[in-house]
Design a protein around this ligand. Sequence first.
Ligand SMILES: *[C@@H]1O[C@H](CO)[C@@H](O)[C@H](O)[C@H]1NC(C)=O
Ligand SMILES: *[C@@H]1O[C@H](CO)[C@@H](O)[C@H](O)[C@H]1NC(C)=O
Ligand SMILES: *[C@@H]1O[C@H](CO)[C@@H](O)[C@H](O)[C@H]1NC(C)=O
Length: 362
Amino acid sequence: MANHSSTSSILCASFNQDLSYFAVGTRDGFRIFETNSGKLCYERAVGAFVIVEMLFSSSLIAIVGAGDQPSLSPRRLSLFNTASGAASKELNFLTSILAVRMNRERLVVILQDKAYVYEMRSLSIVDIIDTVPNNKGLCAFSPCLDACYLALPASTTKGSALLYNVMNRHLHCEIEAHRSPLAAMVLSSNGMYIATASEQGTIIRVHLVSDATKSYSFRRGTYPSTIFSLSFGPSKELPDILAASSSSGSIHLFTLGFASHPRSMSSSGFLGSIIPGAVSGVLDPAYHHVLHDAVPAGVKSYVVIRKVENLTNSSSSELLACRAILSVITYNGFFKEYNISINARNELSWALGREFNLLTVT
Ligand SMILES: *[C@@H]1O[C@H](CO)[C@@H](O)[C@H](O)[C@H]1NC(C)=O
Ligand SMILES: *[C@@H]1O[C@H](CO)[C@@H](O)[C@H](O)[C@H]1NC(C)=O
Ligand SMILES: *[C@@H]1O[C@H](CO)[C@@H](O)[C@H](O)[C@H]1NC(C)=O
């Protein structure tokens, strides 16, 4: 989520693979926070950073400078050890690094027209993928080793994505998701689903990666808006909720599977059957909930669904509500957390759980 905009105090923000920590890059350095407690765990103030990516809860992080000083070149990736306070390895490129993704086996570096895939331990190159011009460094990566997919834009004029399996170096499929170019995409943590939005930002689509079939279409709104981030719920099996943050200042929630059987919810569960077929092309507003004015309009934001739990009636074991916690980083320097609940009548309630300033907390 690298972005170098003169109005934001946050230059980049990213959660680690299990959402237990998050990192922000600022004009002064970078800061790492524990998500649950909001505690500042690590701080380094040596200059501006545009990429800070963590590898689970390990002390290894990938950092890229903003280029304000020669030692922090935007073309150099440092694998930095927060325990020793030193870079363990540096990789230099001919052009600016636009995005970095990692899991325990692979390191992916996105440049404007290439994606480099490395073996994590040895840092030997596994693959170099030529891409269409990808100025925003758009990509999606699944940290799951069994379905370790990397999604990259396939076109600069249409909203299609190429999905590579970076473990076996195999082009898996092309997904033609939108008519206009892609603006955001994310893979579910199990690598099974990909959600996409185009530059129009009016429709969000979810595809099943295994056979590239369209599974869900959601209408976010009638007027175009920039989708800043997309996030699936953390479920290990089938993701039950998808969240989107946009320039309108709203956070959108889409329930997957749940609303397709609203009356038989207790039997089918919130997840219902996400395996689509029948729901192809659905634009049902019942799937859609909006948190209006949850973030400042026009300010870039990054939302994740950190926890999802079912509230069941202990005597009848009937499902009463689905509760979730949404964590949001806004690029004007704040962390916000919303508690949400969707009851059995499909009604949303939400409240601000906590909020703090990412720049001033010590
Ligand atoms: C919620 O309930 C459904 C159906 O009972 C179940 O399949 C699902 O795993 C539950 N989700 C969570 C997060 O507990
Ligand atoms: C829970 O289930 C019991 C037995 O079916 C019912 O009497 C009770 O009203 C339910 N409670 C709620 C909060 O729905
Ligand atoms: C939000 O949820 C957290 C954890 O479940 C809880 O401690 C807190 O009291 C809730 N806050 C509000 C405003 O509901």
